[in-house]
Design a protein around this ligand. Structure first.
Ligand SMILES: Cc1cc2nc3c(=O)[nH]c(=O)nc-3n(C[C@H](O)[C@H](O)[C@H](O)COP(=O)(O)OP(=O)(O)OC[C@H]3O[C@@H](n4cnc5c(N)ncnc54)[C@H](O)[C@@H]3O)c2cc1C
Length: 443
């Protein structure tokens, strides 16, 4: 351990928040899936923006690389120190302030969990538009840095569309802040958009001004059985065209249903299940039932919150169930609507024999989570085969999880040399010493 680094960090954040005990730091060095495992000499846990800026200032001056980390639920290895970097944990920057109940906005510290943002929004009669199964750990800083999507993108958009402003420490330790929350504000480059999805490579997000969305009490969930992925895509389209107030249209294959260990939901097994949630000020059940028609379906209406949660378990329990098999290869991709069904049908054919492919996702956004188990997680031939198939079909190699380390070698499939060069220029301008997550995102 570099004594100067330890001494400087202890002076800035205090002895107890500059952690070098290997038993503690090990927990910050492995990702949620267990696939990405590194090591770090030090975990630094600042409590406010001033401390973050002081840490970055010292690290930039001394050429020490830093990996920002929030809830460590990221799935592409971007938040763990794979090259011995210092971990900058933002979890202590938690808290909600400046709640505007009329305007529907609040400011949240980077370490605030998404569940806490949702709870704070509810208190003032609103809701937060981003929701994801990792809500109890994923943080505001991490979701901004990855531009997280989640279960309600269809209705409310991704994180970028919720962020009205940010406070962040750039790589040269300067603090940028624009937290006024003006909805209309055309005053030059939109730094919040740039920081959204930058995966800790341009700046450390310390707070965000978030827009809230209306809170709808009348909710209905339907789990519908269909026989092919093409049927699932068609149902998704029909629901979006004909039903008002659609919040989410998800899908899972029958093998995922089996894996989560929940009973066959509709009397007999179906090849694919589509989960639709609608929410409005009026009960949306009739509109949804009309779209579902004669298809086999389990429906839970506004007065059945427990049953609705039970139906959601079929979809939300998959990520954890896959992880219990062992570290999976996780590929989160998007396809154009007209390629989605063919891709889901074809993808098991491109993984090695003996591997299991688990397919689920957000059918209305074309977003498929391709999870592969039964292969060595370091065997990149699976990533290569699947991501090349995605690119050949006009899709994106990352729908919502980001590039991190997992997708770096394939960025060229979907981004031109000129685009990558422009990204490098921006990186150099905002992080001239190149200390912010230097091994993530850009190859
Ligand atoms: C069960 C489960 C379900 C999930 N479902 C979804 C889903 O539906 N949709 C989705 O999009 N994702 C999903 N994820 C992935 C994950 O939750 C998101 O990527 C989330 O945004 C990560 O937040 P975090 O706070 O855990 O960030 P971390 O994992 O700690 O970090 C992620 C990245 O952000 C950077 N970072 C973290 N904090 C900051 C900061 N303050 N400033 C700058 N950079 C920072 C890190 O360096 C890293 O590159 C899921 C994960 C799990 C485990």
């Amino acid at each position: 351990m570099n004594a100067a680094l330890l001494g400087a960090m202890r002076r800035i954040v205090g002895r107890s928040n500059a952690v070098d005990d290997p038993e503690v730091t090990a927990g910050y060095a492995v990702d949620w899936t267990g696939r990405w495992r590194g090591s770090t000499p030090l975990v630094v846990r600042p409590v406010d923006t001033g401390e973050v800026a002081a840490v970055i200032d010292w690290c930039a001056a001394n050429g020490v690389a830093v990996v920002p980390q929030g809830g460590n639920t990221g799935l592409v290895g971007g938040g763990v120190p794979l090259h011995g970097e210092v971990v900058l944990s933002l979890r202590r920057l938690a808290g909600i302030s400046q709640v505007d109940a009329e305007g529907g906005q609040l400011t949240a510290g980077a370490g605030t969990t998404i569940a806490d943002v949702q709870a704070a929004a509810e208190v003032v009669g609103w809701s937060y538009g981003v929701d994801l199964a990792s809500r109890d750990s994923a943080t505001v800083g991490g979701t901004v840095a990855t531009n997280a999507g989640g279960l309600r993108v269809l209705r409310h958009g991704d994180t970028r569309q919720q962020v009205l402003g940010v406070q962040a420490v750039l790589g040269d330790a300067s603090v940028v802040e624009h937290l006024g929350g003006l909805v209309k504000d055309n005053t030059g480059y939109h730094l919040p958009s740039l920081l959204c999805g930058s995966e800790g490579t341009l700046g450390v997000v310390t707070a965000a001004r978030l827009r809230l969305v209306p809170r709808f009490e009348q909710r209905v969930v339907a789990l519908v059985g269909v026989e092919t992925m093409a049927d699932a895509v068609a149902l998704g389209g029909l629901v979006r065209r004909t039903v008002a107030d659609v919040d989410a249209v998800e899908f899972l294959t029958s093998s995922c249903r089996e894996l989560v260990g929940l009973p066959v939901p509709l009397g007999e097994e179906h090849a694919v299940y589509v989960l639709v949630e609608c929410a409005g000020h009026d009960d949306p059940t009739a509109g949804l039932a009309a779209a579902v028609g004669d298809l086999p379906a389990a429906v839970a209406g506004p007065s059945e919150p427990a049953r609705r949660a039970q139906l959601w378990r079929y979809r939300e329990a998959i990520t954890e169930a896959v992880n219990q098999i062992g570290p999976p290869v996780k590929l989160d991709v998007t396809l154009p609507a007209d390629q989605l069904a063919r891709f889901v049908d074809d993808v098991p054919g491109v993984v090695p024999e003996g591997a299991r492919t688990w397919l689920f996702g957000h059918v209305a956004d074309g977003n498929v989570h391709v999870n592969v188990t039964g292969v060595d997680p370091d065997d990149e031939s699976v990533d290569d085969a699947v991501l090349r198939l995605v690119a050949a079909r006009g899709g994106s190699i990352s729908a919502e999880h980001g590039i991190g380390h997992a997708k770096q070698p394939w960025l060229h499939l979907v981004r031109s040399e000129a685009e990558v060069a422009a990204m490098r220029s921006i990186k150099h301008a905002l992080d001239p010493a190149g200390i912010l997550n230097p091994h993530a995102l850009l190859p």
